[in-house]
Design a protein around this ligand. Sequence first.
Ligand SMILES: [Zn+2]
Length: 473
Amino acid sequence: MTDLVRDFVEDNIADLHADLDAWLRIPSISTSPEHAGDVRRGAEWFAEALRRTGFPTVEVWETGAPVGAEGGAATGHPAVYAAWPSEDADAPRVTVYGHHDVQPVDPLELWETAPFEPTVRGEELFARGAIDDKGQLLFHLLGLRAHLAATGRTSPAVHLTILAEGEEEDGSEHFAQLLRDRAAELAADVVVVSDTGIFDRATPSMCVGMRGMTYCQIDLHGPDIDLHSGSFGGAVPNPATVLTRIVAGLHDADGHVTLPGFYDRVVDLTPRERDLLAALPFDEAAWVAGPAASRGTAGEAGFSTLERIWARPTAEVHGLHSGYTGPGQKTIIPTDAMAKVSFRLVADQDPGEVETAMRAYVAGAVPPGITASVTFFSGGVRPCLTPLDSPWLQAATRAMETAFGQQVLYTREGGSGPEADLAEILDAPVIFVGVGLPDDRIHAPNERVVLPMLTIGAIAAGHLWSELAAAAR
Ligand SMILES: [Zn+2]
């Protein structure tokens, strides 16, 4: 079957490569104040590229509050916004998310070629930002041109909005506020995130969810002075003992988290998703010995390693401190004990409910003579999940499968990111259409993009708008 999108992309791939070369030369490192001008220059460059692609509305949006009463320069890095309404009034609204800023490059001496002088070796292009995320934003521009050329349309099949953030690599400090301030312009039926990758080159996949998180510190106070354990031990409460009981009590013998109600809102994996996760060529032994640097696995009984890190909630202890930790022996009952604990959350858990349950658990576990405080550092991050039977996900899967020419599997992310803000604030499902590879060395020296992956990305993007429009009908 002829694929006009593929033909257009392949005939015009040089345009994508030329754009990539130009944009990657701008060192838009958002964490370095001395590169603030470059981040802005990178935003302006992308805005111009969107204009020449045909977007009728393109704006560079300031972020962060203006400095001073006079309203001086904004404190954040600018975002780029573009909108191209469909001539089909009832078409779905789609917002594409990516980011135009990049990570720092140090240690510079480990780069084989200069990070802001894009260099092609074989099918790879090396430069900071090549895949994270400039390459992935640019495949959308060629994909959109292919969509218009292949369908003969003069506007996209969806009401298309693009948002390129400028502070993703610097903590997205102003992102949630930007989404709230601009909710009208960004309103979407579905959000497409292009800032992630696939399982491996032979195994195309789409991420369907990210875990949320909430994080707290527990402080226990016992005697007001360190006490001699010979004179007082056994007769006054020891905060170190109490704290370790609290921490140990967070899990039962099967690795389940014991907080009452913790699992009430958890969306269970469906048998189909479990089958598809099991179909991923995950080499657990290599994972244990390699990235996990461990000698075994552990976790909630009844779940595989991928299920445990992607689809199940957890409680983890990050730090414990109490009493004497110097050399030799010192026989005290300590005054204080402290632990840092976080919970990774999955849909539809609510960080606020977990916080309430944790506070109640600690309060109920503290004996007379010990005072406890539990401090949560923020309101937490919500998890997000797009069910496999979502019509949007199925439409995007068809676009990806057409581009890859093979079945697409599903992954999730164990961590959390600004994608959760997109899902929550825009109140729309998030679909991840990305073509990064696990060994692209994002954030590291010699970041690269495998250029044929961008071709596939552009083909997927070129099919995506027709598929999403069809799904809405
Ligand atoms: Zn990124």
